[in-house]
Design a protein around this ligand. Structure first.
Ligand code: NAI
Ligand code: MG
Length: 336
C-alpha cells in the first residue's frame, strides 16, 4: 500500500530541491503518494497565513511530511513558521546526522556524529515583549519534562544505533537555574543508561573541540538555540549546508527537512544542491519502513559524490540542480 506523505515545497530554493528529490525518490522505487500543501512566504502572500491550518491538519491526518525551507523575514514581527510548526505538532526532537561523505572537500574525513536538539522550548519559545520602549525581555523556557524527554531520546538513539557516548552541551555556569535544571535532569537520565558513556561540556568549549577534533563526539544533545548553532557548525565540518539532512520527530508526527534555509541568494537560478533534502527523504523512508529505497538513495548519493560528475557549485563542481539530479537518478538505478 502506498504511503501518503505531505509535501511542503516551501520558499526560495525549496521548490527546486523538492522537485529534484521527488524524481530521485521515485527512481529509488519508494511507494509514496505526495499530498502537496502550502507553507511559507508564498502561502502568506496567497492565503494570508504562512502556516495555514489546512496544512497542519493534513500533517495531523497523514502523520508524516517532507518539507522544503520556508523564509522568515527578519525583524518584521513575523513568527518563524518552523518554530510554529515544531511547537504546533510537538515535534520535540530535531535529529541531524553529520557524516563525512566521500569526495567532499573538508577539514575531516571521518566525522560520524548525531546532533539531537530540543525543538520546542528555550529562547525559541517565542516569548518576547517590550518592557518599556527600548527594552525587550525574551524568556528562556526550560521544563524538566521537555529536558528529560530530549535527553532520553538521545540515549535511546545511541542505543539503537550502537553508539557509545552521549555528550550533553550546556551553559550551566552562567545560567545556573535554567541550564542547571537541564543538566541535573540529563544526569538523572544518564543514570538509567550505565552501559553508555555520558559527558558534559559547555557550549563554548564544545565549539572549540568540534573545530579541533569532531571525531571524538558521538551523540550530542542540547537545548534549542545551542542546537541550531551547533548543527550549522557541524554541517560545515562535512561539506556544508547543501548536504546535511534533518528530522523533526514527535510522539505522533514527524517532519523531515534539510538543515539549510531558502537560500534567497541562489533561488530561481537552478543551482541549488538537492542532497540535503534528498537525504532527509531517505531518513523519512527509513522512518516509515521503506528501508530498501532509503538505502538505495544513500548509495546513490555516495556514488554521485565519488564520481564527481554534474556536481553543484557548493560541492566544487560546475553543474547545477538538473545535472546533479540526473546523476543521482542514474546512480539510484544502479544501486543494489
Ligand atoms: P540558508 O541556509 O538559506 O543559506 C546560507 C548559505 O548557504 C547561502 O549562501 C546559500 O546560498 C547556501 N545554501 C543553503 N542551502 C544550499 C543548497 N541546498 N545548495 C547550495 N547552497 C546552499 O540560510 P540563510 O540565508 O540564513 O536563511 C535564508 C532564509 O531561510 C531565512 O529566511 C531563514 O529564516 C530561512 N531558514 C529556514 C529554514 C527552514 O525552513 N528549515 C532553516 C534555516 C533558515
Ligand atoms: Mg538553523
Amino acid at each position: 500500500m502506498s504511503t501518503p506523505v505531505v509535501l511542503i515545497p516551501g520558499d526560495g530554493i525549496g521548490p527546486e530541491v523538492t522537485a529534484a528529490t521527488q524524481a530521485v525518490v521515485q527512481a529509488a522505487g519508494a511507494d509514496l503518494t505526495w499530498i502537496e500543501a502550502p507553507a511559507g512566504l508564498g502561502a502568506a502572500e496567497r492565503l494570508g497565513d504562512p502556516l495555514p491550518n489546512s496544512t497542519l491538519d493534513l500533517i495531523r491526518q497523514h502523520r508524516v511530511a517532507l518539507k522544503g525551507p520556508c523564509t522568515t523575514p527578519i525583524g518584521k514581527g513575523f513568527r518563524s513558521i518552523n518554530v510554529r510548526l515544531r511547537q504546533g505538532l510537538d515535534l520535540y526532537a530535531s535529529v541531524r546526522p553529520i557524516h563525512s561523505l566521500p569526495g567532499v572537500r573538508g577539514p575531516y574525513s571521518n566525522v560520524d556524529l548525531v546532533v539531537v536538539r530540543e525543538n520546542t522550548e528555550g529562547l525559541y519559545s517565542g516569548m518576547e515583549h517590550f518592557v518599556v520602549p527600548g527594552v525587550v525581555e525574551g524568556l528562556r523556557l526550560v521544563t524538566r519534562s521537555a529536558a528529560e524527554r530530549i535527553v532520553r531520546y538521545a540515549f535511546e538513539l545511541a542505543r539503537q544505533q550502537g553508539r557509545r557516548k552521549v555528550t550533553f552541551c550546556h551553559k550551566a555556569d552562567v545560567l545556573p537555574l535554567s541550564d542547571g535544571l537541564f543538566l541535573s535532569t540529563a544526569r538523572a537520565v544518564a543514570d538509567d543508561y550505565p552501559f553508555l558513556g555520558f559527558e558534559e561540556i559547555r557550549v563554548d568549549q564544545l565549539c572549540m573541540e568540534l573545530a579541533l577534533d569532531p571525531t571524538r563526539f558521538d551523540v550530542l544533545v542540547m537545548e534549542n538555540l545551542f542546537g541550531d548553532v551547533i548543527s550549522d557548525l557541524c554541517a560545515g565540518l562535512v561539506g556544508g549546508l547543501g548536504l546535511v539532512p534533518g528530522a523533526n520527530i514527535g510522539v505522533r508526527y514527524s517532519v523531515f527537512e534539510a538543515v539549510h534555509g531558502s537560500a534567497p541568494d541562489i533561488a530561481g537560478k537552478g543551482v541549488a544542491n538537492p542532497i540535503g533534502l534528498l537525504r532527509s527523504a531517505a531518513l523519512m523512508l527509513e522512518h516509515i519502513g521503506q528501508r530498501k529505497a532509503a538505502k538505495r538513495i544513500e548509495h546513490a548519493v555516495v556514488q554521485t559524490l565519488q564520481n564527481a560528475r554534474g556536481l553543484t557549485r557548493d560541492l566544487g563542481g560546475d553543474g547545477n540542480t538538473r545535472t546533479i539530479t540526473e546523476q543521482l537518478v542514474a546512480n539510484v538505478g544502479g544501486a543494489p
